[in-house]
Design a protein around this ligand. Structure first.
Ligand SMILES: Cc1cc2nc3c(=O)[nH]c(=O)nc-3n(C[C@H](O)[C@H](O)[C@H](O)COP(=O)(O)OP(=O)(O)OC[C@H]3O[C@@H](n4cnc5c(N)ncnc54)[C@H](O)[C@@H]3O)c2cc1C
Length: 389
C-alpha cells in the first residue's frame, strides 16, 4: 500500500471536505468537539437525519462494493473518507446493518435476502440490532441457548438475548439461535433474521453507567420466525457469526476518531492552561505515539484487504489497542476537567462546555474493552493465531 496520496486522492479529499463543509450542521460539529456521541450529545433524531443525508449522497456504507449499492471505493479512498469525516466532526451513523450484517449477507445470503435487505440498510429504512449475547453466553458465545424449534414453515423461538444495543430503536434483529442441543456446541447454532414487531418479543431497558439507555434485554416467548429467514444452512450459523465478528472488531478500533480526538485534546490543553503542564503533555504524547502504532497496524490490515485477504489476527490487535486508546483519551479529558468532572451526568454538569460530557463519555467508554469480544478474549485469539499456543 502506497501511503502517499496521489493527485487524484488529494482531489477526492477536497471533494469530501467541500461536501461535509456544506452539509454538516453546527450542532453535530459541536457534539464531536464534546467527545460524546449517540445517547450523549447526539440525539436519535439528529443521527437519523444525518444518516439519511449520507445515504442520499451514497456514502452511508462507504466500504460496500458498487455491486451492492456502495461507492466501491478502494482502501485508500476509504481511509481518506474516514480521516476527513472524523476531522470535520461528522459522526458515522450507528449501523450494525452497514458494518456487520451487510458484509455477512453479501457472502452468505440468498439472492432474495440480498435483494430484500441490502437496499434498506443503505437507505437507513431498516435499523438492525445484534442478538448474540445471552445471560449465560458472552465470551463463551457458543454456549447460547435461545432455542429455535421447527414447526411447519417456521421456527419457534424461546429464551432471551442481553446487552442488545439499541434494540428499542431497531425494527429488525440478526440473531444466533440453537437449532440442535446435541453434539458439538458450535454445530447446533443457526443464524436467523427477524422483525422486532413479531408477537412474543419483549424489549426491556438496561440503563448503563453513563445514565443513558443504550442497552436492552430481549425476551422471546414462542416467537415465530419463517425458516426462509435463515442465513446459510441450519447448523452453519457459527461460520456466519465468526465472519461477522471480525468485521465488528475491525470497525471498533476507531483510528480516525482517535486521531481527531487527540487533536481536540491538544486544543483543550491549550485553552485550559495545560500547555506548560509537563505531566499532561507527556500523557498526551504517549497517547499520540500509541495512535501512530495503531495507524500503521491499520495500514497493514488495509493493505491485506486490498490484496484479497480477510481480516484475521489484525482485527483482534486493532480492537485491543484501539479501545485502550479511546479509554486513555477520555481519561485525559477527565484529568483536565479536574473538579468539573465530579457531576456524573451532562444534565448536572457545571463549568466549561469542553468538559460537559467528560465523565459520561469516560464511564461509558469502560465498555469498549468488553463489547465485540473482551480484551482478554482477544489476547486468547492472538495467543492461538499468532503465537500458536
Ligand atoms: C456496551 C455494550 C454493548 C453491547 N452490545 C451488544 C449487542 O448489541 N449485541 C450482543 O449480542 N452483545 C452485546 N454486548 C455483549 C458483549 O459482546 C459481551 O458483554 C461480551 O462478549 C462479554 O461477555 P459477558 O458480558 O457475558 O462477560 P463474560 O464472558 O462473563 O466475561 C467476564 C470476564 O471474564 C473474562 N473472560 C471470559 N472468558 C475468558 C477467557 N477465555 N480468557 C480470559 N478471560 C476471560 C472476560 O474478559 C471478562 O472480564 C454488549 C456489551 C456491552 C458492554
Amino acid at each position: 500500500m502506497d501511503i502517499d496520496y496521489s493527485p487524484e486522492d488529494l482531489a477526492f479529499k477536497q471533494e469530501l471536505k467541500d461536501w461535509f463543509e456544506a452539509n454538516l450542521t453546527p450542532d453535530l460539529k459541536a457534539a464531536a468537539e464534546s467527545g460524546a456521541d449517540l445517547g450523549g450529545a447526539v440525539s436519535i433524531d439528529q443521527m437519523v437525519t444525518w444518516a439519511k443525508k449520507l445515504s442520499g449522497k451514497g456514502w452511508l456504507a462507504p466500504s460496500w462494493p458498487k455491486k451492492y449499492g456502495g461507492p466501491g471505493w478502494n482502501t485508500t479512498q476509504l481511509y481518506i473518507f474516514n480521516e476527513v469525516r472524523a476531522e470535520v466532526g461528522a459522526p458515522m451513523p450507528f449501523s450494525m446493518g452497514v458494518a456487520m450484517l451487510g458484509p455477512a449477507l453479501m457472502k452468505f445470503g440468498t439472492p432474495e435476502q440480498k435483494e430484500k435487505y441490502l437496499p434498506k440498510i443503505l437507505s437507513f429504512e431498516d435499523w438492525w440490532c445484534q442478538g448474540y449475547s445471552e445471560p449465560g453466553a458472552g465470551s463463551d458465545l457458543a454456549s447460547l441457548k435461545l432455542s429455535a424449534v421447527p414447526d411447519g414453515d417456521d421456527y419457534v423461538l424461546n429464551g432471551s438475548k442481553i446487552w442488545t444495543t439499541y434494540a428499542h430503536y431497531a425494527n429488525r434483529m440478526f440473531c444466533l439461535v440453537r437449532t440442535n442441543a446435541e453434539g458439538k456446541k458450535q454445530e447446533g447454532i443457526s443464524f436467523i433474521l427477524l422483525d422486532m414487531d413479531t408477537p412474543g418479543l419483549d424489549i426491556r431497558p438496561i440503563i448503563s453507567i453513563d445514565g443513558a439507555h443504550h442497552l436492552n434485554q430481549v425476551f422471546f416467548d414462542n416467537v415465530r420466525v419463517p425458516k426462509r429467514n435463515l442465513v446459510g444452512e441450519e447448523g452453519q450459523g457459527w461460520t456466519v457469526a465468526k465472519f461477522l465478528l471480525t468485521h465488528e472488531r475491525s470497525s471498533i478500533s476507531g483510528v480516525a476518531e482517535s486521531t481527531a480526538n487527540i487533536k481536540r485534546i491538544r486544543r483543550i490543553a491549550g485553552e485550559h492552561g495545560y500547555d506548560d503542564d509537563l505531566q499532561m503533555q507527556l500523557k498526551i504524547a504517549s497517547s499520540d505515539l500509541d495512535l501512530m502504532a495503531l495507524r500503521y497496524t491499520e495500514f497493514r490490515m488495509l493493505s491485506g484487504l486490498e490484496s484479497g485477504q480477510v481480516p484475521g489476527a489484525e482485527s483482534s490487535m486493532l480492537k485491543i489497542k484501539g479501545t485502550e486508546l479511546q479509554q486513555a483519551i477520555s481519561e485525559l479529558r477527565v484529568d483536565m476537567a479536574g473538579h468539573y468532572a465530579y457531576p456524573w451526568h451532562a444534565d448536572t454538569a457545571v463549568g466549561p462546555e469542553d468538559f460537559r460530557y467528560a465523565t459520561q463519555v469516560y464511564n461509558f467508554g469502560r465498555a469498549s474493552t468488553i463489547y465485540g469480544g473482551s480484551s482478554e478474549v482477544q489476547y486468547g485469539v492472538l495467543a492461538k493465531m499468532v503465537l500458536g499456543l
